[in-house]
Design a protein around this ligand. Structure first.
Ligand SMILES: *Cc1c(COP(=O)(O)O)cnc(C)c1O
Length: 442
């Protein structure tokens, strides 16, 4: 069986495959740049592991209180080295990105303090953490006020607005690197460095925190290298490399990370407790693989942008743009397009490929949502995954792929499903290709 035969047996028509491979061939130079960055970041991780003398004893499990968990403490030193930061908290007890962000914020804010967002509304789940949407236990309930400065229409920081918003109460500025589900560009590490430098000029003791979700290892540097006092993220996204089964991290200035640790466990206990329960090896190995996994995910995102842009759909980022995170959005303009795309991603999965995702009324959303996820780790979005709310403009957000080859198959399967549904100019399955260019949108 040759490669084409396997693709065909997985459900792709030769025409879709050919279309995809032509696009792939046109992306050689861009893929090379991604590989070079991955090489750099791979070396950075290896160097950090060598510097901190990682050894097989660090993979041993601890239980109970987890005092003197050498593997955990060394992993935290490795993260600190990778991010060029003083300190890190990397724990399975940080249950998700939202939890890590909550701990970083609530550990460092006190009653009467004000939290500032310079990029408008933060990620959805943070609205309840902050108290923008009322929720028991929010920062608002603890007397922390919140202020935001919206981005300018072109998606850039409103520096004048930020200068006006910073006052004697402003204690912490939280910057969200990735666009999340918003329609604005993702910030580069350089842009983040600029806004931090600007704010610290006005208020030198302002704590600057970056929600680093989906950004790790996309560039050569991380926000902690351009002035961020803390960077925070999830281990079931980029830095877990697909192997971490749970966890979050907070890296940065020692006093900030320590305060977060006291909030995570208890005052007086801080980072001294928290058994690693045998997960250390996966967290180390996941970090080790992360630079190449992120490279695969980036190639997938760029591949999809080029395919769907060529077929006439709106894509963000576009086919040529520089990448600062691994998220790709595609606007299909119809519910059928969103559904077909997600069903294609699911059909290409190594796990649960036989399941057909359908839109459902998910709690917390104002429209039915369809999700595709055939993942080894539940909810992992460094694995190939997609979701889209069934409402205008009918866009899907997709990300991940532990390998480029899987991302490629997933995107080609999504295209196949769209073709089968007659939603692209490509010829549906089982119909002899017509002698016309296969890539026009109907
Ligand atoms: C995913 C994400 C979060 C929240 O992480 P969860 O692990 O889903 O709780 C926060 N901010 C951004 C930008 C994200 O992408």
């Amino acid at each position: 069986m040759n490669k084409t035969t396997i693709y065909t047996s997985l459900g792709l028509t030769p025409q879709v495959l050919k279309f995809g491979e032509e696009i792939e061939a046109s992306l050689k130079d861009r893929f090379e740049v991604i590989d070079e960055r991955a090489e750099y970041n791979q070396l950075k991780v290896i160097k950090a592991m060598q510097k901190n003398r990682v050894s097989d004893i660090h993979f041993a499990a601890t239980t109970g209180y987890g005092y003197n968990d050498l593997g955990r403490d060394t992993l935290e030193k490795v993260y600190a080295s990778v991010f060029e930061a003083e300190s890190a908290l990397v724990r399975p007890q940080l249950m998700s990105g939202t939890h890590a962000l909550h701990i970083a914020l609530s550990g460092n804010l006190r009653p009467g303090d004000q939290l500032l967002s310079p990029n408008g509304k933060p990620y959805d789940t943070l609205e309840e953490v902050i108290g923008i949407r009322e929720s028991p236990g929010s920062l608002k309930e603890y007397g922390v006020t919140y202020r935001q400065v919206d981005l300018r229409p072109d998606g850039s920081f409103d520096f004048d607005g930020i200068a006006k918003a910073i006052n004697e109460k402003t204690k912490l500025m939280t910057i969200q690197r990735s666009k999340g589900y918003a329609v604005r560009p993702t910030f580069s590490v350089d842009q983040i460095g600029e806004v931090i430098a600007f704010a610290k000029k006005i208020k030198p003791d302002l704590i600057c925190m970056v929600d680093n979700c989906y950004g790790e290892f996309v560039e050569l540097t991380e926000p902690t290298q351009v002035g961020a006092d803390m960077a925070v993220g999830s281990l079931i996204k980029n830095p877990g490399g697909g192997l971490a089964p749970i966890g979050g991290y907070i890296v940065g200035r020692k006093d900030c990370v320590d305060r977060a640790a006291f909030r995570l466990s208890a005052p007086g206990l801080g980072r001294e407790v928290g058994a690693s329960l045998g997960l250390n090896q996966s967290l180390y190995q996941g970090l080790f693989l992360s630079p190449t996994v992120v490279a695969g995910a980036l190639k997938g995102a760029i591949f999809a942008a080029n395919i769907y842009e060529k077929l006439g759909f709106a894509v963000v980022p576009d086919s040529k743009e520089e990448r600062h995170d691994i998220i790709q959005s595609i606007t299909f303009g119809t519910p059928e397009g969103v559904v077909a795309f997600c069903q294609g991603i699911q059909a290409a999965a190594p796990v649960d490929s036989f399941v057909t995702p359908e839109p459902w009324d998910m709690p917390g959303y104002d429209a039915p949502v369809i999700m595709a996820a055939g993942a080894f780790v539940q909810g992992s979005s460094i694995e190939l995954s997609a979701d889209g709310p069934i409402k205008p403009p009918y866009a899907v957000y997709f990300q991940g792929g532990l390998t480029w080859y899987h991302a490629k198959l997933g995107i080609l399967m999504s295209l196949q499903k769209l073709c089968d549904a007659g939603l692209t100019g490509l010829t549906p399955k089982n119909i002899t290709p017509k002698p016309q260019p296969p890539c026009r949108r109907q």
